[in-house]
Design a binder for this molecule. Structure first.
Ligand code: SF4
Length: 747
């Protein structure tokens, strides 16, 4: 922080999306005057998107709850924190006592991972709630990548990212970083990094049913049929293997199952997948050859690739293509970041491996994945009577009525529950049903170190931001979560949250000291505890992780190493260098090898082969999603500067379809799926593939009881009234949000 007269400048990592841009925040007193990109940030170099500066508007939003509220008749009553937690204890205990632990479901929304509180304190909360009805935004759009990484590398968190800054050929599928700035790939100014590939003579290919802004900038846009990414990738692998175009290189020496891959992909010739992908076989063959011939190349798939019924196979095929062409774990290919807070690991791979299905959901018998059931099945668990029926709900930073499939049905199911507590700043489409709302403070009042996204970053970096403005009346989110955990643990609404702080710290310290390559294995625990005792609870944990981590000072063993104090002395962050090869050390498979063809993948390849005949689908219109740089899923539509202007919640239709269906630009269309119907304004555009229509997600703010004044003026429609909870990717339980069959008529 710097001071100039009445003004001061603070530097803060933006927590709003995965890009972790550095912000320069000018304040007078505690009033934010301006936010712009931090030109000295070691990672973002001044880049921000339109959302970054709106931390000011979010901080000042009059609809952001400043105190807990309880439902009082048709309205809300502000209460003290003690009264709020007493009401939570009473409501949850009533359900637990009568119906058991599984009668309380927990849903964790996407913003949970964008703060230290969620990254650190949700684990004890989950353990205390001890419910099989745990679900999260992970099964909305990213569980396929976790499962793929779990099967390949033994670690669902080990996700290789495209080495954007060194690659010669970037193949992007279902990703639109010009709007999203990247996901499961942390790269501030992702568009600038893509343009740099082209500037140094490289090639960028975008596979997407829509000609997105990203596709517009690419060297080639491949307008694939929705749901065809896995087929395309398998065909590319088939060409590479059949024509002998690739060599798995060093990664191949750490891999098992490569010898079986040619037979496994044999059914997926370019000719065989042409119909299901809507692409010419020659074009697929040309793309495969170009990818394999590039000095370095990397495939990267994101939302559109994962939110389909073959999501896990597509995620797996991304890494398999990188592997067979020698591009896994090498500069310019797909690489594993090494975050500063991660555990040190030796060069030897191996671990306990990865399994799913340790139990199944009650109603549809869907396998758990990472301890979660699919959120698409949450309404089933609420509606179907019987033992373990869900009768109460805890939502943390989540708005599943807008963000998960078949939202209309889930909306009604949540309304019928016996009790609901929401940790949320807004009375939104989901929290309007709550009995108690516990609001977290705004981002500017919190310290920040990005525990989630430095593990997905295209360079190894570290940055810590102290709180920018104080808010003495607010309860820190980690304290809210700790008190909920203590209620669930039976310690009562008035138990001291420091109990959780200390349990977390002691558990982390013990595990770090017993790790095989720990730099603090022989150190006195009290000495270490004392060395970080001056920090607030979250920073205390982060400092411990940093100092015991791969770049850490080891509490004195490496004086030049990293610590929280060193990050505080470097407000623009510290660049820890380009990504480096990490195989086999990153592997946690039982074999200590990359396991290329596990049984779940083999079985799902048979299902994929059975999907090649698409003649029955011909003529069906299908719905896909889309996003916009000024939207952040469902939760930032109460910021006027982000929603003003032309209506963005439109149904995009190709001109040929518009003519055939009698749809006029600007008129209203009725869209009907198996589960729902809605009307939306038509936008006729040739940027979308014929036979496909598109609606953005996160809209639909016109439900009664929502108290978000700005969002209510431009409500849009909820696309999840159309998405079908019955459709899932079977390996991951991920929702199917793209390729939904719909009928479209003039409204
Ligand atoms: S791209 Fe993401 S991290 Fe960067 S300013 Fe925008 S919202 Fe913030």
């Amino acid at each position: 922080m710097t001071d100039t007269g009445d003004q001061r400048v603070a530097f803060r990592t933006c927590p709003l999306c995965e890009a972790t841009c550095g912000l320069e925040i000018t304040l007078e007193g505690d009033t934010v005057k301006r936010i712009r990109g931090d030109r000295d940030d070691v990672f973002s170099h001044g880049f921000i998107c339109p959302k970054g500066s709106t931390l000011k508007q979010l901080h000042e939003d009059p609809d952001w709850l400043r105190a807990p509220v309880v439902k009082d008749g048709d309205g809300w009553r502000e209460v003290t924190w003690d009264e709020a937690f007493a009401a939570v204890e009473e409501g949850l205990s009533r359900v637990w006592d009568a119906h058991g632990r599984n009668a309380v479901a927990v849903y964790l929304g996407n913003p949970s991972v964008h703060h230290m509180s969620g990254a650190l304190y949700l684990r004890p909360l989950i353990q205390s709630f001890n419910t099989r009805n745990l679900c999260s935004a992970s099964t909305v759009d990213q569980m396929p990548k976790h499962v793929s990484s779990g099967l390949l590398f033994g670690d669902p968190g080990a996700m290789p990212v495209p080495d954007l800054d060194r690659t010669d050929f970037l193949l992007m599928l279902g990703a639109n970083p010009w709007e999203s700035n990247g996901s499961l790939c942390t790269a501030p100014d992702f568009p600038g990094r893509v343009k740099a590939i082209q500037a140094r003579g490289g090639t960028v290919v975008v596979v997407d049913p829509r000609r997105t802004r990203t596709a517009d900038e690419a060297d080639e846009h491949v307008a694939i049929r929705p749901g065809g990414d896995a087929h395309l990738l398998l065909a590319m692998i088939q060409v590479v293997l059949e024509e002998g175009l690739g060599d798995a290189g060093v990664a191949g020496t750490h891999s098992d199952g490569l010898e079986d891959l040619p037979a496994a992909v044999a059914p997926f010739t370019p000719e065989a997948v042409a119909a299901v992908t809507g692409l010419e076989a020659d074009d697929i063959r040309r793309l495969a050859r170009a990818f394999a011939a590039a000095p370095t190349a990397v495939a990267y798939g994101r939302i559109g690739t994962h939110t389909v019924s073959f999501g896990t196979l597509a995620a797996w095929a991304v890494d398999a293509l990188n592997l067979v062409t020698g591009n896994l774990d090498r500069p310019g290919g797909a690489m594993f970041p090494l975050a500063a807070h991660s555990r040190r690991r030796g060069v030897q791979g191996g671990g306990r491996g990865f399994t799913t299905g340790r139990w199944t959901s009650r109603v549809r018998e869907l396998p758990e994945v990472r301890g979660e059931i699919p959120v698409a099945s949450l309404a089933d668990e609420m509606e179907a009577p019987g033992e373990d029926q869900v009768r109460a709900l805890v939502t943390v930073a989540g708005n599943p009525v807008l963000s998960t499939p078949d939202g209309g049905r889930l909306d009604a199911a949540i309304a019928a529950l016996d009790f609901h507590v929401a940790v949320d700043p807004y009375i939104n489409e989901t929290s309007r049903h709550a009995d108690v709302i516990l609001p977290p403070p705004s981002a500017l009042t919190r310290g920040h170190y990005d525990l989630a996204f430095y593990g997905l970053a295209v360079r190894n970096v570290a940055n810590y931001s102290p709180p920018v403005v104080p808010d003495p009346d607010a309860m820190p989110e980690h304290e809210i979560l700790a008190r909920l955990a203590l209620i669930a643990a039976g310690q009562g609404a008035t138990a001291d949250p420091a109990i959780v702080d200390d349990l977390l710290f002691d558990g982390l310290l013990a595990s770090l000291q017993t790790a095989s390559d720990s730099p603090i294995a022989d150190r006195d625990a009290e000495e270490i505890r004392g060395a970080v005792a001056h920090h607030p609870p979250e920073e205390r944990l982060v400092d411990l992780m940093l100092r015991a981590g791969p770049y850490g000072d080891g509490f004195g063993t490496d004086p030049d190493g990293l610590s929280l104090a060193k990050l505080e002395d470097n407000p623009h962050g510290i660049d820890l260098g380009a990504l480096e090869p990490r195989l086999p050390g990153v592997l946690k498979t039982t074999s200590g090898r990359v396991e290329v063809l596990t049984d779940p993948i083999r079985t799902d390849l048979e299902r994929l082969a059975a999907s090649l005949d698409v003649s029955a689908d011909e003529g069906t219109m299908v719905l896909i999603g889309r996003r916009h740089v000024r939207s952040n899923n469902s939760w930032m539509h109460n910021v006027d500067v982000l929603v003003k202007g032309k209506d963005r919640c439109t149904l995009q239709v190709h001109p040929d379809d518009a003519d055939r269906l009698g749809l006029a630009d600007g008129a209203s269309a009725r869209v009907t799926s198996r589960v729902g119907t809605l009307a939306a304004p038509v936008e006729v555009t040739d940027s979308i593939r014929p036979g496909v229509v598109s609606l953005p997600h996160g809209w639909g703010h016109d439900l009664p009881g929502v108290e978000m004044a700005v969002a209510g003026k431009r409500p849009g429609v909820n696309v999840n009234l159309l998405t079908d909870g019955a459709e899932l990717d079977p390996l991951s339980g991920n929702a199917v949000l793209n390729g939904i069959p719909v009928a479209v008529t003039p409204a």
